[in-house]
Design a protein around this ligand. Structure first.
Ligand SMILES: NC(=O)c1ccc[n+]([C@@H]2O[C@H](COP(=O)([O-])OP(=O)(O)OC[C@H]3O[C@@H](n4cnc5c(N)ncnc54)[C@H](OP(=O)(O)O)[C@@H]3O)[C@@H](O)[C@H]2O)c1
Length: 325
């Protein structure tokens, strides 16, 4: 069993610093991959209602629990309220569905997935207007949604709550109005886009930062092509600073990038459905990058220009008053 590092969350929960991402996998490949991930020692799984894969994950988890191979309390399960659930009266409905899909009694960390809201149209998570734009709901009220998130902590359906893709102003507004504070912020964060100001803000406010796309999301370009979007994907794994450091430690570029996140006190949730990579990505607890190599990797930061996922695949999303970037 891999000895993960645990990050302490306010309230006493322990979050494994290296988790398993699940976006963009087909049901078949994901069932095998989650099985392998649990065997490899992952105990933190990141999903979301919009990934439409919670049922597959739930199937594997419940199999492991019923076979006595896994205790529920040893698993840290993260899922997210979809954009179409971004209104107070919809929070419970979507949370209940996630609990049913995942076949669990509680979620360890429930996140508001995005700060902008869509119309809630049954059976259509990303409704589109006749003009072809995403059908936004401009009335999105973070404070009202947060109060519902808090109620679900009190009812025991979730152990902790947080946000994803929020900016400083949006998080501060929640902090100003919260009885239960957000314990975590999940954002795009990798060597080219290190979000230093936002990370400092979170550290100052005792909010754990989880890095999504920690490898630079090499599969995303192909995915976005389906939406007619062409973007220049960075090749962080092939950057010579990263590959040289990897050679020095006899590790892979992915392992170096993940270690870089963890040594900065961050949590990382790489996604892979490839058996060799599933093992590789969690095999990062037998080496430590020295200060000079950490500095070299810190120096790869290119700031906001290196953001990969700005949600512009949702045509018209920037018109939403809570568009965060
Ligand atoms: N909150 C949000 O809005 C948000 C947004 C994006 C992502 N996320 C979460 O964060 C997770 C990770 O982000 P991501 O999937 O965008 O990007 P990522 O983890 O940086 O990259 C995943 C891609 O890298 C490949 N890969 C994985 N391990 C590798 C390795 N060791 N060497 C070479 N290539 C490797 C994977 O391919 P194979 O699978 O084919 O191996 C996949 O194409 C997601 O799965 C999701 O759970 C959250």
């Amino acid at each position: 069993m891999v000895a993960n590092i645990f990050v302490d969350l306010p309230g006493g929960l322990k979050m494994p610093a290296l988790g398993y991402g699940t976006w963009q996998s087909t049901d078949k490949e994901l069932e095998d991959a989650v099985e392998l991930a649990l065997q490899a020692g992952y105990r933190h799984i990141d999903t979301a209602y919009v990934y439409e894969n919670e049922k597959v994950i739930g199937k594997v988890i419940s199999r492991w629990i019923s076979q006595g191979k896994l205790k529920r309390e040893d698993l840290f399960l993260v899922t997210k309220l979809p954009g179409s659930g971004n209104r107070p009266e919809a929070v419970k409905k979507f949370l209940k569905r996630s609990l049913e899909n995942l076949q669990v009694d509680y979620i360890d960390l429930y996140l508001i997935h995005v700060p902008f809201g869509f119309k809630d149209i049954e059976g259509d998570l990303h409704p589109v207007t006749p003009e072809g734009e995403i059908d936004i709901d401009v009335a999105t009220n973070h404070v009202g949604i947060w109060k519902e998130m808090e109620r679900n902590v009190e009812s025991g359906w979730v152990k902790s709550i947080g946000v994803s893709n929020f900016n400083i102003k949006q998080i501060q507004r929640i902090l100003n109005n919260a009885r239960i504070r957000p314990v975590s912020l999940q954002i795009e964060l990798h060597a080219y886009f290190q979000q230093k100001e936002l990370v400092k803000f979170c550290k100052d406010n005792n909010i754990v930062v989880t890095c999504y796309s920690p490898l630079g999301a090499p599969g995303l370009g192909k995915f976005l092509e389906q939406f007619g979007q062409q973007i220049d994907m960075p090749d962080i794994l092939g950057n010579t600073v990263v590959t040289d450091i990897a050679k020095k430690y006899n590790k892979t570029p992915a392992q170096v990038l993940l270690r870089h996140c963890l040594q900065k006190g961050l949590v990382a949730i790489p996604k892979s459905v490839t058996p060799k990579r599933i093992h590789e990505n969690i095999d990062i607890f037998d080496f430590k990058l020295n200060d000079q190599d950490m500095e070299k990797l810190n120096g790869l930061d290119q700031g906001p220009a290196a953001r990969i996922l700005d949600f512009s695949a949702f045509k018209g999303i920037k018109k939403h008053p809570e568009y965060p970037f």
